[in-house]
Design a protein. Structure first.
Lengths: 276, 309
């Protein structure tokens, strides 16, 4: 176990990653985008919102609007960045012809995988934590509690970890970074868009036969359990029971997906010698 | 050090190795020679635990490569034909990373890194980025890297590819030095003159099979052959030469082409001098005499004339 904590791959990967120009460029752009979103949401919640509704705006409404806008923007941005950092991790070793050196060292395939996974996830976590002050702005307006913050961040981390394992599986499977990255994006698109369309179709069909029911049952929502945005959607749900049951189902599915992708990636990594 | 028996490896459309067998004793420096696609890289990859064999047995330092890959990796250093290097790391960091990858603990880790820097001649450049090194220096760094954990066996696949003549000479000297330090080396190369210069034994491989094995005059006690081959070119009548050959004890003409002869006889350079003296005494004009016999290049041409592509 100690070998996984003191894994030399982690420090090597982080060192190389932080030497890239994008290591400081991306967080800068990321925070600029999120700040822009916060300013826009604040503006629309106060000025435009008041004009449109002709009513007094509550601080809690602004707080919730900022919180949800930041949470959803960051998961969408991070879902776009996840494949970039994970799906090139092993293919780059193959392209640089350095993989043979790793595979003939005393590093095991799980150790190599773990080093790559932790380095990719840590960078995404760096972006995630850098946005916490922006998320915390919503506390000043009210309507959002620390538990909401914990749930949002925890859910985002789990989703990103699963996406990273899928990216690493693509990286171990394909020879070229471009193919691995494209495949990972395709999987992310399927998870976000195809599941949403499937739900929409099922829901429309179900609503025709149950016009008076308030909300769809779990089996209609099932495709959404594989949607990376779904656990965050349930954050806004007032029904705490539904949040925990549905979110937990989604988290468990993502965890299972991640474990499966990790197992297949390590298996591929062990057989990488044939492709060198 | 290495025991290979009836090794077979097939790819989808081709056969990599077809019943190849080889044994390497400790402190041998063996060259692996063959045309492209002969199975050299496949063999080295199997030894380096990168490729699984279809059948046959391979043991390195007494460990089976398929069941004890970690023990095998701990005992060998492998340099692939096109070895990659982390360009964005500093030289010291690069060596430290691989020292950690080979699970070296302090203080051995620091000692190993320092020794590797000395071996590569890069002590003063430890903080330079690897990308600033020339190809020759990178190759020296890579060889130092694979020696970090002090392996007893080195597997080198085309290590001189792309090197300039000076870097090649330095590489040869480095390999000779390692050999004298007791490291066993299996080296695959197309640069036959280099192999001839440093190897104690040459193994010829074609279509995944053993084709020929020969000792070289290079290093080590194993290099002394029981017979010597002489190439000679003369002017005059072939009958006079044949008469001298017939009178010279044990001399056997292996090849004859116009005024060129390849002769094999028991003994060494002393006996070869005797043959030359006898020929001159018989009044035959010798325009070329080479007691080293056919070089590796010539043997390669003869061996792979039929297998070459």
């Amino acid at each position: 176990m100690r070998r996984y904590v003191t894994n030399p791959m982690i420090s090597k990967e982080l060192r190389q990653r932080l030497r890239e120009r994008r290591s400081w460029l991306l967080p800068t752009l990321y925070l600029i985008v999120l700040s822009g979103i916060v300013v826009c949401v604040y503006y629309f919640s106060t000025d435009t919102g008041r004009r449109l509704r002709g009513a007094e705006v509550q601080g809690a409404d602004i707080g919730q609007a900022i919180f949800l806008a930041v949470v959803f923007t960051q998961i969408i941005v991070l879902l776009l960045m996840g494949p970039v950092f994970s799906s090139g991790a092993i293919t780059i070793e193959r392209e640089q012809r350095t993989l043979a050196g790793l595979l003939t060292s005393l590093l095991t395939a799980p150790q190599i995988w773990w080093g790559k996974f932790v380095a990719a996830l840590l960078y995404l976590l760096l972006l995630l934590t850098s946005a916490i002050p922006l998320l915390a702005l919503s506390f000043a307006f009210g309507g959002v509690g620390p538990l909401d913050l914990v749930k949002a961040i925890g859910s985002t981390i789990l989703t990103l970890a699963s996406i990273c394992t899928i990216g690493l599986w693509c990286s171990a499977t394909f020879r070229r970074s471009v193919h691995a990255t494209a495949s990972c994006y395709a999987i992310v698109l399927v998870l976000t868009i195809v599941t949403a369309i499937s739900f929409g179709m099922l829901y429309a069909h179900w609503q025709q036969s149950h016009p008076e029911d308030m909300g769809p049952p779990a089996y209609i929502q099932a495709p959404l359990f594989l949607n990376p945005l779904y656990p965050l959607l349930t954050l806004t749900d007032d029904n705490g029971f539904r949040f925990y049951v549905y979110s937990t189902s989604s988290w468990l599915l993502f965890a299972a997906l991640g474990c499966l992708a990790a197992a297949f990636a390590m298996r591929r990594l062990r057989r990488c010698g044939e492709q060198l | 050090m290495i025991e290979i028996a009836a090794l077979r490896k097939s790819y989808r459309k081709s056969r990599g190795l077809d019943g190849f067998s080889l044994g390497l004793e400790n402190n041998e420096l063996v060259g692996l020679v063959g045309p492209n696609g002969a199975g050299k890289t496949t063999l080295i990859k199997i030894l380096a635990t990168l490729l699984p064999a279809d059948s046959g047995s391979v043991r390195v330092s007494g460990h089976d490569v398929s069941t004890e890959p970690m023990a095998v990796r701990a005992s060998l250093g492998y340099l692939p034909d096109v070895a990659g290097i982390y360009q964005d790391m500093r030289i010291g960091e690069f060596l430290e990373f691989f020292a950690d990858a080979f699970r070296l603990k302090e203080p051995q880790r620091t000692t190993a890194v320092e020794r590797a820097l000395e071996r590569a001649g890069l002590v003063d450049r430890r903080n330079d980025f690897v990308e600033h090194l020339s190809l020759g220096w990178k190759q020296r760094l890579l060889i130092s890297k694979i020696l970090l954990h002090e392996p007893k066996l080195l597997l080198l696949d085309e290590p001189a590819t792309g090197l300039d003549p000076l870097a090649r000479i330095q590489l040869r000297e480095q390999l000779k030095r390692l050999h004298t330090e007791g490291v066993t080396i299996l080296i695959s190369s197309h640069i036959l003159s280099d192999l001839e210069d440093i190897c104690t034994r040459i193994v010829f491989i074609a279509e995944g099979k053993n084709v020929l094995e020969s000792q070289t005059a290079a290093l080590g006690p194993g290099a002394r052959a029981a017979a010597i081959r002489c190439e000679l070119e003369f002017e005059g009548s072939i009958d006079d030469v044949d008469r001298v050959m017939a009178s010279f004890s044990g001399a056997q003409v292996l090849e004859r082409k116009n005024s060129f002869l390849l002769v094999e006889m028991p003994g060494g350079s002393k006996e070869a001098s005797g043959l030359l003296r006898t020929l001159l005494d018989a009044g035959i004009t010798i325009v070329h005499f080479d007691a080293r016999g056919p070089g590796l290049e010539e043997r390669y041409r003869r061996t792979f004339g039929e297998h070459g592509r």
